[in-house]
Write a protein that binds this ligand. Structure first.
Ligand code: ADP
Ligand code: MG
Ligand code: MG
Ligand code: MG
Length: 670
């Protein structure tokens, strides 16, 4: 989430009239971007991560929605510091920035200027240092308020009784008019008017509230249905809810259950357009397996669930498709085409997936690509497709056009009245970004702006964002995942001729489903290739995570990590040499431990946070074998995880990370 537009966001009934206007002009803007930036060459491999925190009261473990002023406070402090200092070290230590997120209890943070690992100061461990600085910088202000910035993926009791801190002292809107949720007050949303409008417009377009039902983790006393659903009579939906509840499922009805969870994202700049396309395509195969490895979400709305990750919850939480588009009957008869009836919504066909989902199409454009790989049902906007192919500005090839023509089957969700007409398609990108940034997929192909002409290095070029990962509890882990992906990216960009990661898109989709399974990292098998060297081989077999990472022929460590480390002349054969070979170089020792950590997870020696936290609940003395996370357990999860942030409790570190890594972390805080 970058800057927020100011202005008046239009409610669905009014904004719908401009849908086609936004799409048509968005596509013209896109063509001008391509015209301006397609010739850009040799951009550096700049990159950056995004971490999202939840602000939580340290004592009672409840979510805080009273401290969102902290964002502006921190940014103002940072800006004045950067303006007034000439000290390079201090500048480096202030190379951080905070962003708003969906939840009023959320804070996002990124490096202010992207990393460049080829620069002297930006050695591998700088990523983790930068992450630590973001917490360090906020610490004084957070301490004053008795708040911890937690990097839990999901707040355990989101939407349960008493989950917000000081809720009673606040003045609330009378009803949750935007979300109409039974569980989440509208006050959990960011105060910026974009967010309530986004929430309401998704619900209105869909014609129903969003509906997410997750299987409960079954124990002796698990209730038959979600007994946290209570009767209320405020909205049209309220009387329907008991008809749709599935047995042994947790019911969630609001955008906040998804967009209120936290993730780790990493964005990379490719040297040029065609390498950005190849990078995007090549990263697809890694999205489900790295998601599985990062699993950190064993509970939702106070219930242990029979899955480990957040992905399908967010997917459902922003699913604006009408019943007709989803191919199901509507809850309210006559509502097949969604809300505000009359002329219905723009797209008339069937849409297999939510706008938050796994990547739909490879971008192609590389000799290894084959048309047959895009083998899934992906509807496109024909008008957009034809314009992208046939125009005098920048005629696209069919695969590129298909990608954008798919994104553009979606309606804009929030249109700002002031932005409708004033845009200049040769310089503005708002209409394009409106559709682009509300297609939330496992990867995002990020075109630059029209200012990104060849040689204008002041503005970013062609980027690819890796988006599936769950956030981890410690900065060490988040840095390990980020650096691991950085090495994959570097490898792909270094050996584009001889690396072929393509498999049929349908198998990526299946792998994504598999990643949701409880303990998928230990128990599931994923489609994987037996060779990555063969230019026209797309065949797969099923493989365990242990083999996917460690097999000598086809494992990620050998095929990608060893290869790039050898190329950099850091090792002779295997990444594990890093430790002895470079024992006096702290950065490379830390790099070794990042890789060691990923390796230990892939063989099940370090548990996923999902497994660890599920077991923590199951073994808690307040647990009643009813699959429920009580207020006391919730508070203890907050305290337990907070204990990890300081690396000061050796026993705890050793228990989770194992003897070797636990001791290393205890003795070597960043
Ligand atoms: P979004 O929320 O749209 O993904 P953010 O601004 O929150 O965007 O995050 C973008 C990430 O990309 C940040 O980590 C930032 O440091 C990084 N970044 C910024 N400029 C570049 C660039 N030129 N190349 C690669 N990454 C960049
Ligand atoms: Mg974010
Ligand atoms: Mg962001
Ligand atoms: Mg992002």
């Amino acid at each position: 989430m970058g800057l927020l537009s100011s202005g008046t966001p239009l409610p669905w009934a009014e904004s719908r009239a401009y849908n086609e206007h936004v799409r048509t002009n968005g596509i013209e803007q896109l063509l001008h971007i391509f015209k301006a930036a397609a010739g850009r060459k040799d951009d550096r491999l700049l990159w950056g991560d995004e971490l999202e925190y939840m602000l939580i009261n340290k004592d009672n473990g409840k979510l805080s929605i009273k401290d969102d002023d902290i964002l502006e406070l921190l940014e103002t402090l940072l800006e004045s510091k950067l303006e007034t200092t000439d000290d390079q070290k201090e500048k480096r230590n202030s190379n951080i920035t905070y962003h708003p997120e969906y939840g009023r209890f959320m804070l996002e943070s990124t490096p202010r200027a992207p990393y460049n690992l080829t620069k002297e100061y930006s050695a591998y461990s700088y990523v983790e240092k930068n992450m630590a600085m973001r917490k360090e910088y906020a610490k004084e202000e957070l301490d004053k308020r008795n708040i911890v910035a937690s990097s839990l993926t999901v707040y355990p009791r989101m939407g349960c009784k008493n989950f917000l801190d000081g809720y009673d002292d606040l003045i609330f809107t009378e009803k949750n008019t935007s979300s109409q949720s039974l569980f989440l007050p509208d006050e959990v949303m960011n105060r910026h008017p974009r967010f309530p409008t986004l929430t309401a417009n998704i619900r209105e377009r869909r014609g129903e509230k969003v509906c997410i039902q997750l299987p409960m983790y079954i124990d002796e006393n698990t209730p038959e249905t979600d007994d946290s659903v209570y009767e209320r009579n405020w909205f049209k939906h309220d009387s329907e809810v008991f008809h749709i509840l599935k047995k042994n499922h947790v019911y969630m009805d609001s955008m906040g259950f998804g967009m209120g969870s936290s993730c780790l994202q990493v964005t990379f700049q490719a040297p040029d357009l065609s390498q950005a396309r190849f990078l995007y395509d090549s990263l697809n195969i890694f999205t489900p397996v790295l998601l599985s490895l990062s699993a950190a979400a064993p509970y939702f709305k106070g219930f242990l669930t029979d899955q480990d990750i957040r992905w399908n919850v967010i997917s459902g939480a922003v699913d604006d498709r009408t019943p007709h588009e989803r191919g199901v009957p509507s809850i309210f008869p006559g509502n097949e085409n969604g809300g505000t009836t009359a002329k219905s919504n723009s797209f008339k066909g069937h849409i297999p997936k939510s706008r938050y989902s796994v990547v739909d199409l490879y971008l192609g454009g590389h000799p290894h690509f084959d048309e047959s790989l895009n083998n899934t049902d992906v509807p496109i906007n024909d008008k957009v497709y034809n314009r992208l192919i046939n125009n005098e500005i920048f005629p696209m090839d069919a695969n590129l056009a298909r990608h954008f023509a798919h994104l553009f089957i979606r309606d804009p969700l929030v249109i700002f009245q002031e932005k409708v007409d004033i845009q200049n398609n040769t310089t503005d990108t708002d209409h394009f970004e409106n559709i682009q940034s509300t297609n939330w997929q496992t990867l995002r192909f990020k075109p630059p702006t029209q200012a990104a002409t060849p040689g204008n290095l002041k503005v970013p070029g062609w980027r690819v964002e890796f988006r599936p990962l769950e956030i981890q509890i410690t900065d060490f882990e988040n840095a390990a995942f980020s650096v691991f992906i950085y090495l994959l990216v570097e490898c792909i960009l270094t050996f584009p001729e001889s690396i072929n990661t393509y498999i049929p898109m349908s198998e990526i989709w299946e792998n994504m489903d598999t990643a949701h399974h409880r303990d998928s990292v230990l128990k599931s098998e994923f489609y994987w290739k037996s060779t990555f060297n063969d230019k026209k081989n797309f065949e797969t077999q099923k493989a365990s995570m242990t083999n996917i990472f460690n097999d000598k022929e086809y494992g990620i460590f050998n095929v990608f990590i060893n290869r790039i480390l050898k190329h950099k002349q850091l090792i002779a054969n295997d990444w594990s040499e890093l430790l002895e070979k470079h024992s006096s170089n702290k950065d490379l020792v830390r790099l070794y431990y990042y890789l060691y950590y990923i390796h230990q997870k892939s063989v099940g020696k370090i548990p996923s946070w999902a497994l660890y936290l599920r077991n923590f609940v199951l073994n808690h003395k307040d647990y009643k074998k009813d699959s429920k996370v009580t207020e006391i357990i919730n508070r203890d999860i907050i305290h337990l995880t907070e204990n990890f942030y300081h690396y000061s409790n050796k026993d705890l570190l050793v228990k989770f990370f194992g003897q070797r890594l636990g001791s290393y972390l205890f003795e070597n805080p960043i």
